[in-house]
Each structure stands twice: as structure tokens, then as C-alpha cells.
Design a protein around this ligand. Structure first.
Ligand SMILES: [Cu+2]
Length: 316
């Protein structure tokens, strides 16, 4: 009993000391740009905390009404599962069904926003697909095995999480003639994957783009957000969102946890499948690591997809 008390006492001291240390650091650097010379944020000098869903998003949800209750279901018509594509240009065709309640992918020309589908080649950052009537192409896809993952998203990039929303196919590009020195692009010319990029841009493509040994029936965490560049008020609270297949988190009655770490800082856990918003970001480049772990904290292996690190840029 005495031992326990002593241990508790020391734990308290350590806690108080570490809190004090954090406070001092925060106060000292309150108005400083915490990005160091290479533009990377320093985890020890920033305090990122969970924030409420921004009012702007709550307002948009209220405006959308019924659409929030939609259950959009996707099917990947092309590329066909386990097919071989003899071209470096891979056409993606999707069919949308389900209880849509007015949900329709569409980009508002005024705001540049709208419902859209997140399309993910291998474990690269997603590409937004707004108009399902228009073809969507992945160009310069390298020879080898690949995966495509898709799920419907809201204008603020929060995914729909209903049954059937998420789909994944494996396919192979063979003798496609892709140029490995050039990036993989979408039909609109956006970079999808670039194994040879000297530095990542827009949080995209840092790893060579090939599929891992992914098993569609095993627990699979799909990183979705954050992505790219955040400016001004958009950086006040940044959404972290993901898709979870074949796994339930502990808070949802399951046995898995989602672990995240910002800028290599202290790991935190998400135990309910829902987006979180994080505030306290400093200007500069930040890394976000997102992992699916078991109760003991071990990453659940599934072709390497269950541990993903992304970079985002914040401009104030
Ligand atoms: Cu999006």
C-alpha cells in the first residue's frame, strides 16, 4: 500500500512538472512561428488539442438536411476486380446507388465545393471525383499490382461510413508502358502518385505507388484526411477522418484502436469511428501518422496500409 502511495506521489510530481513545462513552452512561443528552418513543425513546441466540430460545418449539415442521413453505396465497375490492364492509363468507372436522399456528387462552380468521391490509388492521398458521368482516369500507372479504394464524401471531405460506401479492387497493370520517371496523374492532370518526386506537394505521393499484399477481408484502415494545404481560418480546426473496414473500435464494441501522432509527438487514440477536429496548428509542414492497432498497441498488418504517414502544409 505504501509503495503504491509513493508511486502515485511520484506520478503526480512528474505530471505536474510536465504540465508546467508544456505551459512554459507554450507561453514563451505564443506568437512565434513554430516552424523551424526547414519548415517542419516541432511537436515539442506546439499544443494540438481536440476541438469541437466547427460551427461552419454544423451549419452546412443543417442546410443539407436529409442528405446527412443518406446511405450512398458505391460499386467499382472499372477496373474490374483482379483484372489485368494492358495500359498505363487506368479508367475508373463507378456506380452510385443506395438510399441517397438527394446525395449526388457535383462541384458547385461558384464555390468549387460539393459532394464527391474519394478515389485512392494504392496507399496514396485520395483524388476527388466530382462528376460520375465524366470519365476518371489514372494515367501513367506503373506496371505491377495496384489497388483502388473509393468512398463517398461530403463537401468538407467527411466520408460516409455506411455499409457498402467503401469499395476496393485489386488490379494489375502489365506492359502498360508507363514512364516510371513521370508522376501518375488523373485525367485532369492532378498528381496522383509520384515515386520520383524530390519533395511531396499537396500531401501527395511520397512512396512508390504499388499495392501491398492487402487482404480485402482483413481489418483495413484507410487514411482520408487531413490532406494538402490549409490556409487561414481553414487551419483553425482540421478534420482527421478515415475509413474502417472489417474492424470495430473498442468504443464501438470492437477490439481495435486508431492511433495517431502529429509531428512525431505523443501518440493519441481514437476509440470511436468518427472524425475528430484538431486545433492549435502552427504554420509550416506537419506530419500525421495514422495507424490501426490491436488492444496491445501493435499495428494490425494488412499490406502496410494500416500505418500511413502524411504531410500537410499550414499557411496562416
Ligand atoms: Cu474530399
Amino acid at each position: 500500500m505504501n509503495r503504491l502511495k509513493i508511486a502515485a506521489f511520484f506520478a503526480l510530481i512528474t505530471f505536474a512538472w510536465s504540465c508546467g513545462g508544456t505551459d512554459t513552452a507554450t507561453n514563451t512561443n505564443k506568437n512565434a512561428n513554430h516552424a523551424n528552418t526547414n519548415g517542419k513543425a516541432d511537436a515539442s513546441r506546439e499544443t494540438i488539442t481536440i476541438a469541437e466540430r466547427p460551427q461552419k460545418i454544423k451549419d452546412q449539415m443543417a442546410e443539407r438536411g436529409q442528405q446527412e442521413e443518406a446511405s450512398p453505396v458505391l460499386a467499382i465497375a472499372e477496373p474490374k476486380a483482379n483484372s489485368t490492364v494492358n495500359s498505363s492509363t487506368v479508367k475508373v468507372k463507378l456506380n452510385l446507388s443506395g438510399d441517397l436522399k438527394g446525395y449526388e456528387p457535383h462541384k458547385d462552380p461558384q464555390t468549387g465545393m460539393g459532394n464527391h468521391i474519394h478515389v485512392i490509388l494504392d496507399n496514396q492521398p485520395y483524388e476527388a471525383y466530382y462528376n460520375l458521368d465524366q470519365e476518371f482516369e489514372l494515367r501513367n500507372v506503373a506496371d505491377g499490382e495496384h489497388t483502388i479504394r473509393v468512398f463517398p464524401s461530403r463537401p468538407w471531405h467527411e466520408s460516409y461510413k455506411n455499409e457498402g460506401a467503401f469499395q476496393m479492387v485489386k488490379f494489375t497493370v502489365k506492359d502498360g508502358g508507363g514512364d516510371a520517371s513521370k508522376p501518375t496523374t488523373t485525367g485532369s492532370g492532378n498528381t496522383m502518385a509520384n515515386a520520383n518526386a524530390a519533395s511531396p506537394s499537396e500531401g501527395k505521393a511520397m512512396q512508390p505507388s504499388t499495392a501491398g499484399a492487402v487482404d480485402a477481408s482483413k481489418p483495413l484502415l484507410t487514411y482520408s484526411r487531413p490532406k494538402g494545404e490549409y490556409k487561414g481560418a481553414d487551419a483553425d480546426a482540421i478534420m482527421l477522418d478515415f475509413w474502417l473496414a472489417n474492424a470495430k473500435l473498442t468504443g464501438d464494441g470492437g477490439e481495435y484502436r486508431v492511433r495517431y501522432s502529429i509531428d512525431g509527438g505523443e501518440p493519441k487514440f481514437i476509440d470511436k469511428w468518427a472524425p475528430i477536429w484538431l486545433s492549435g496548428w502552427q504554420a509550416g509542414t506537419h506530419s500525421i501518422k495514422l495507424e490501426l492497432v490491436d488492444k496491445s498497441g501493435n499495428v494490425v498488418d494488412n499490406g502496410g496500409y494500416n500505418s500511413t504517414t502524411r504531410e500537410i502544409t499550414i499557411t496562416k
